[in-house]
Design a protein around this ligand. Structure first.
Ligand code: SAH
Length: 396
């Protein structure tokens, strides 16, 4: 346990519920502090403000767990937070058509540095710091007391860049999940691999976007899905009646993984093209061949490095959009997405404006999406409201 004195200018912020602990909040901060140490935060007059834990992430140095001076950080506390989180997702648990969603979203559910996802009675815990991992036994004990499950898996994303740490200990307890585990999302199926590296096969935060593509946009369209990963957007487009889909991703695994997602949804592979290539090279090819698509989905990582390119969403999104606009047919739809936390929806809309203006092409924003309900965002921590998706119609 460690007692820390807040600089006066940060007292109000902590008091009002800001959940992240940053080194600069304190008069003195011991860098040698051990991960998982309980931190008690006081103002200058030694009045108690909050308590949390030390855990180094790229974001900061720990998270607030309670504003109650008498709170003991124990199984009971985690139980109460987990129960509240589970209750908040009651609708999801009752919905038979969707069996994959987030049940615990870090600081928004009261414990920064931890997320828990549900995959048809299996749970995936993601630990974002050594500090929170120190509470693993306590948190698992609490979880086990809150709900029945078939099995628990984990991902450790500890190193300073939040990278996945592969220790071959992804399986934690209970029954092992089938590989793949078939889950449902709004009636469609996904093959999930809980024990096969950092990513399990689907990004749950895009659920509402996929549904919109299937239910409102895809019918009779030719669809290009760039940075397609396992082709989740293509699957929904195909299910929505797309004429054909083209999925482009650099990773070799994307070919077999995307085929698998189509196959388990009984989609004929005939009209689904899967291309393993650098998207930026594909754009050049598409322009040369004068290809035009009725709908283009573009969902790049915040940062990516390929042989020929480094891409950073901050710096290069406008350029990326310009390439996309050129291969979108008139009246076609562009689904522009980013999961970059460090710029706002307003900035993103600015990127879209600039790309179209530079090309002297008119457009109309049809609708936009941010995180779905299960990825709740704490009122006091909007910086984690990272997802921005805009549906744009290309005019003339
Ligand atoms: N849109 C996907 C998720 C994208 S994840 C979905 O919703 O499921 C980002 C993907 O971009 C990864 O699969 C990665 O392999 C791919 N990627 C990164 N750089 C790339 C590049 N230059 N060209 C093609 N794919 C790239």
């Amino acid at each position: 346990m460690k007692n820390l004195i807040l600089k006066p200018e940060f007292v109000q912020q902590i008091k009002s519920g800001y959940p992240l602990i940053l080194q600069e909040f304190f008069q003195e901060f011991d860098r040698e502090i051990e991960e998982g140490t309980i931190l008690n935060l006081y103002d200058k007059k030694k009045k108690f403000m909050a308590k949390g834990y030390y855990g180094l992430q790229n974001k900061g140095h720990g998270w607030i767990l309670s504003h109650n001076v008498d709170e003991v950080i124990n199984t009971e506390l985690f139980k109460s937070k987990i129960n509240t989180a589970l209750n908040f997702r009651k609708d999801f648990f009752e919905n038979k058509e969707t069996t994959a969603f987030r049940v615990f979203n870090g600081e928004s559910d009261g414990v920064g540095g931890l997320s828990i996802d549900y995959f048809d009675e299996y749970y995936l815990f993601t630990w974002y710091s050594v500090g929170i991992y120190k509470f693993k036994e306590m948190i698992l004990e609490a979880f086990t007391q809150c709900i029945d499950f078939k099995g628990i898996y984990q991902k450790k994303r500890f190193d300073t860049k939040g990278m996945y740490l592969n220790n071959n200990d992804d399986f934690v307890c209970g029954m092992q999940a089938p590989q793949p585990l078939h889950v449902k999302e709004n009636g469609a199926k996904f093959a999930i691999y809980l024990d096969d590296g950092a990513m399990v096969g689907v990004f749950l935060d895009q659920r509402d976007v996929r549904k919109a593509i299937r239910d409102k946009y895809a019918k009779n369209k030719t669809v290009l899905n760039t940075f397609s990963y396992t082709g989740a957007f293509s699957v929904f487009a195909a299910l929505g009646g797309a004429k054909n889909t083209t999925s482009v991703d650099l990773a070799k695994r994307s070919l077999s993984k995307t085929k698998e997602q189509f196959t388990i949804n009984n989609i004929d592979l005939q009209n689904q093209h899967i291309i393993v290539e650098d998207v930026f090279l594909y754009f050049k090819y598409a322009v040369r061949k004068k290809l035009l698509f009725d709908m283009v989905v573009v969902d790049p990582p915040s940062f990516a490095r390929s042989k020929k390119h480094t891409f950073s969403a901050n710096r290069d999104y406008v350029k990326l959009l310009k390439e996309v606009i050129q291969i979108t047919s008139k009246d076609g739809i562009i689904v522009a997405s980013t999961n970059t936390a460090n710029f706002s929806m307003m900035t993103f809309r600015g990127f879209i404006d600039k790309a179209f203006k530079d090309l002297k092409i008119k457009f109309k924003v049809l609708e936009s999406y941010s995180l779905p309900k299960d990825f709740r965002v704490a009122q006091k921590f909007q910086e984690n409201n990272y997802l921005k998706v805009v549906f744009i119609k290309k005019l003339s």
